[in-house]
Design a binder for this molecule. Structure first.
Ligand SMILES: [Zn+2]
Length: 482
């Protein structure tokens, strides 16, 4: 690969989390019974008229602003004509010539520095229905069924410039993009439910060349890991062809997750022609500076700004701030815990080691933090108050909080973990330990400080480890004043 440079561009489709569909008032909830969330409008029956969902426009503008785009002041919708069973109208309402947002960028970390990946456009369109094939794959299916619940959910398409240079960069870009879209709360971005989907265009060229090679498009990338693996595979495949002096065919390829290979699906030699034209049923849209300004004013703090604030406001190291703001849930969780337990660095350490371990176990589609902020606050208070020690907290209480959703106090009580910090309960035990070890006591009184460890250990043993060691230490010192 060292003689070639990869040129990668991504096309990302994101379902917007509006309550209703783009041109009708059907609900958009995921997982409803098939064909229960559709009406004559989203089924495209003759005689129906669509009306644009204002929220869908607002969300698209939000995405554009968060991705540093220009926002069009005058735009419209086009009909993209093609036939497919999941598209009952035989045209998809999309934006061909006048995308709502254009000319933006997203900054991604590369090595020690950062680079800008250009955003060519963000446009708004309608989602199509879903085909359910009766069989393993579309190829061996005896028949297919159609679910139109999804038809008409608002969808944005984000198209990058071909600025990405490696499979790893593509993955980092997608992670950053998803993080931003979740921060601005316009989509749940769940790849496993299809609300965020990605296609990748990739070509190779000799290092130093400025011309583009022949590209292939990879489809069916259902996770960040798939994007990375598919691009790595395709880079090697194309490099192999070029080294042998064979051409790369312009084609659409399908990523086979099981086999770990891309497979040719169809040639791209003939460009698709959709006969796009402005949809006469939808009026053109003029966006006022005032409305755009208002949306901009309502944008929440974005990941980059929040990272800088975490450094300034909480005195966190750059690394901590980066990790904590890498998801909105985690950053929110951190701030909520700090409200109740005002020691940011301790809270950060707990989240970055103990809590993140649980989040990572859920994989890249993490559903969020598996416990409440109040739970963690309570746990930290129990440690600080000497009720339990750090190890008990990490090894016994926290796993139980995650698994059973119980409060730390309840777990400590149920498991009898409470340290004995009451001198009256320890008095008798301390006395009997001293009585049983007269020689050791003599050694201590003679100046051998290190035997103290043994005496404290005996008390801990007698209390099955529940005595507060610091307190026992103080009590013995008091009794054996030299
Ligand atoms: Zn509908």
């Amino acid at each position: 690969m060292h003689d070639f440079e990869a040129v990668i561009g991504l096309e990302i489709h994101v379902e917007l989390s509006t309550d209703s569909k783009i041109f009708c008032s059907c609900p958009t909830a995921f997982g409803a019974e098939v064909n229960t969330q559709c009406c004559p409008i989203c089924l495209g029956l003759p005689g129906t008229l669509p009306a644009i969902n204002r929220k869908a426009l607002e969300y698209t503008v939000k995405a554009g602003l968060a991705l540093n785009c220009q926002i069009a002041r005058h735009t419209w919708f086009d009909r993209k004509n093609y036939f497919y069973p999941d598209l009952p109208k035989a045209y998809q309402v999309s934006q061909q010539d006048a995308p709502l947002c254009f000319d933006g960028y997203l900054e991604v970390p590369v090595g020690e520095g950062a680079k800008r990946v250009g955003i060519n456009r963000v446009h708004l369109e309608e989602e199509v229905g879903k085909s359910l094939h009766a069989g393993e794959t579309i190829i061996d299916a005896a028949y297919s069924l159609l679910d139109y619940n999804r038809a008409g959910i608002p969808l944005i398409e984000i198209v990058t410039e071909p600025d990405i240079r490696s499979a790893e960069e593509a993955q980092v870009f997608l992670e950053r993009l998803r993080n931003i879209l979740r921060y601005i709360d316009i989509s749940d971005c769940k790849m496993q439910e299809g609300s965020l989907r990605c296609d990748a265009n990739i070509s190779l060229r000799p290092k130093g060349s400025t011309e583009f090679g022949t590209k292939t498009e990879i489809k069916n990338l259902n996770s960040f890991r798939a994007v990375r693996r598919a691009l790595e595979y395709e880079i090697n495949r194309q490099a192999g062809l070029l080294r042998d002096g064979r051409p790369v065919e312009p084609e659409t390829r399908h990523w086979d997750e099981q086999k770990g290979v891309t497979i040719a699906m169809r040639s791209k030699r003939q460009a698709s022609y959709y006969r796009c034209f402005a949809d006469p049923d939808l009026v053109p849209i003029d966006l006022s500076d005032e409305w755009i300004g208002q949306i901009e004013g309502e944008l929440p703090e974005l990941p980059g700004a929040r990272r800088r604030r975490f450094i300034d406001e909480y005195g966190l190291p750059e690394y901590d701030a980066q990790v904590l703001t890498s998801s909105k849930e985690m950053a929110d969780f951190f701030e909520e815990v700090v409200q109740g337990y005002n020691d940011p660095k301790t809270v950060s350490n707990w989240i970055m080691t103990e809590i993140l371990r649980y989040v990572n176990e859920q994989g890249e589609e993490a559903e969020g933090i598996p416990l409440t902020a109040t739970g963690l606050v309570e746990l930290l208070q129990l440690i600080e108050g000497g009720v339990i020690n750090r190890n008990q907290a990490k090894e016994i209480v926290l796993p139980e909080m995650v698994a059973a959703g119980k409060s730390p106090r309840q777990i400590v009580k149920e498991k009898g973990l409470e340290q004995i910090s009451d001198t009256s309960q320890l008095e008798g035990i301390v006395a009997s330990v001293l009585e049983a070890n007269p020689d050791v006591v003599q050694d201590y009184l003679g100046g051998k400080d290190k035997v103290m460890g043994f005496l404290v250990g005996q008390v801990l043993k007698a209390t099955k480890g529940k005595a507060n060691p610091r307190l026992v230490n103080e009590m013995i010192r008091e009794k054996l004043k030299r």
